[in-house]
Ligand binder design. Structure first.
Ligand code: ZN
Length: 235
């Protein structure tokens, strides 16, 4: 049996420790809430994630029969989750297999593209990323590639970052570089920094198989999200 005063000292020390922990906890809680308020006061970054094609428009058809519109949506959804986890506000142009056109309209494709641009302009995001897959006659051609609007310094900067991330993260043997383009409708008509990320070639058997793999899609989405965060932290 310990002496009563030793027990008493131990008890006092324990109470003091618990009180200190309690107040430290309160202090931490106060700090956290102030930080949250500061974060809330500052507008979140906003990114429009555009899953290309949809509905009547399948996009490219893979050598394995996979439709581009499906893959675009799967990767876009995964990208949206990663961005939201990083506290970015995400606006998706579509979340299901449908275009942005009215049924029964004669110019579905034109209406679809126009509405995508309207959505991008209305939300005035910090950037837009449009997810697509590529295809080519030569089955050996492969590799992700990011496109930006000719003359857009911000688009080019974003495309460079994303191209680098995709090469490093998905396929270091991919020697493609980001590329400018002055004819794609979305690039021409959107005033926000915008890139089109072609994640791979559906005409290449190996890449078509990889692009259908949910883990590979997640990897692609992860690296795109890392590149986007790198760009956003720099503007
Ligand atoms: Zn496409």
């Amino acid at each position: 049996m310990k002496k009563w005063w030793i027990q008493s000292l131990q008890f006092t020390a324990a109470v003091a420790f618990m009180a200190a922990a309690f107040f430290a906890g309160r202090q931490a809680a106060v700090t956290v809430s102030v930080t949250n308020q500061e974060t809330d006061a500052k507008a979140k970054y906003c990114v429009v994630v555009d899953a290309g094609h949809g509905g009547d428009d399948p996009g490219k058809v893979g050598i394995n029969g996979m439709l581009e519109k499906e893959l675009n949506l799967q990767i876009a959804k995964k990208l949206a989750v990663f961005l939201e986890m990083a506290d970015v506000e995400v606006v998706m142009t579509r979340t299901e297999d449908r275009g942005l056109y009215e049924e029964g309209t004669s110019g579905k494709k034109a209406q679809d593209m126009k509405r995508r641009v309207e959505l991008m302009e209305t939300h005035a995001p910090d950037l837009v990323i449009s997810i697509h897959q590529n295809s080519y006659g030569d089955e050996t051609v492969r590799g992700a590639q990011v496109f930006y609007y000719t003359g857009s310094a911000e688009g080019k900067k974003l495309a460079q970052i994303l191209q680098h991330r995709l090469v490093e993260g998905l396929d270091p043997a991919n020697h493609r570089m980001e590329k400018d383009n002055d004819s794609y409708y979305l690039l021409k008509k959107t005033s926000r920094p915008i890139v089109i990320a072609e994640c791979g070639f559906l005409s290449n058997p190996d890449e078509a198989t990889l692009l259908c793999d949910p883990l590979y899609q997640e990897k692609a989405a992860w690296h795109l999200h890392m590149g986007i965060m790198q760009y956003l932290n720099d503007i």
